[in-house]
Design a protein. Structure first.
Length: 301
């Protein structure tokens, strides 16, 4: 049976594990428009940790992304996210989203896409009366170029985005190198970790590696364990910037629990854990060195 397509109609939609996962303190993350900054600003360490420890959140999805509707229950929709490959479902990443954060408007075939390259970029209507703030890496179909603006399709109708805030890219083409991945990742040093985070409001470890790979047109699996199962296997003496480094429990012999991006000079850039910030850190003499279990390269054609 073919599933109905819908699109995300908020800046960032959080993908919850079940319709009962969201707590009263998560209310600002459930509306349309969403108040993501308000939600995160009022979320202290312990409730942030519960997102992971209590398996409340699976992932997040950006404005304009397509999802497949599996079922609807009360005010929630069980969805699949095709743009986030996962071993949990061959069609994409599964989870639940408030139905009010979805739009029935869906764009057809895309010849070219505008990718937002600035956190907080503003999408405006042609008459400038309505605006939407966007996350870094939001992707919208290009309609035409007009002076200083891109005219793009959105779930709220045709909108304008300043050319300084986006870049045109053909679909499904790798447009950069491992060094580009590292350069793009550097701008987020100091950003607070968010479990399930897939936006420039906060990333988890695999969300960070997924999104930085996507900056050069490379779509990789959403979760660290899946990311390690594909890509080109790299030996320890062949690391290059932009390679993904994987870490496992039991001194590298257990299950994969973390991923970072090789930064060069024996360092990695990564989003460590709840309460910590994206950082560049050396590997030598650390627990990370002991737990390193694999290296994968995705950025080569």
């Amino acid at each position: 049976m073919e599933l109905t397509k819908k699109t995300i109609s908020v800046t960032v939609a959080t993908l919850w594990s079940t319709p009962d996962s969201a707590r009263p303190m998560d209310d600002k993350a459930l509306h349309n428009p969403v108040d993501l900054e308000g939600w995160l600003d009022e979320l202290p360490y312990s409730p942030r940790l519960e997102l992971c420890d209590n398996n409340l959140v699976q992932s997040q999805v950006l404005y304009g992304e397509e999802v497949l509707i599996v079922e609807e229950k009360d005010n929630w929709s069980h969805v699949i996210v095709p743009s986030q490959p996962s071993s949990k479902d061959s069609r994409g990443y599964p989870g639940w989203i408030p139905t009010n954060q979805l739009s029935n408007e869906v764009y057809g075939d895309k010849n070219a896409t505008v990718i937002v390259n600035k956190h907080g970029a503003v999408l405006t209507s042609p008459n400038m009366k309505t605006t939407h703030h966007l996350s870094y890496q939001t992707r919208l179909p290009l309609l035409e170029e007009t002076g200083d603006d891109f005219l793009v399709w959105s779930p709220h109708g045709d909108k304008k985005l300043k050319k300084r805030d986006g870049v045109i890219t053909p679909n499904d083409v790798i447009t950069g190198s491992g060094e580009d991945i590292v350069k793009n990742a550097e701008q987020f040093i100091g950003l607070l970790y968010l479990w399930g985070g897939m936006s420039s409001y906060g990333y988890d470890c695999s969300g960070f590696s997924y999104n930085m790979a996507r900056t050069i047109g490379c779509t990789i699996p959403r979760d660290a364990s899946d990311q390690m199962k594909s890509g080109k296997v790299i030996q320890n003496n062949e690391w290059e910037k932009g390679d993904l480094l994987f870490f496992a429990y039991e001194q590298g012999k257990g299950s994969v629990h973390h991923v970072g991006i090789y930064y060069g000079d024996g360092k990695m850039i990564h989003s460590p854990s709840t309460g910590r910030f994206i950082e560049v850190t050396p590997l030598k003499g650390t627990l990370y060195e002991e737990e390193l279990c694999g290296i994968r390269r995705y950025w080569e054609n």
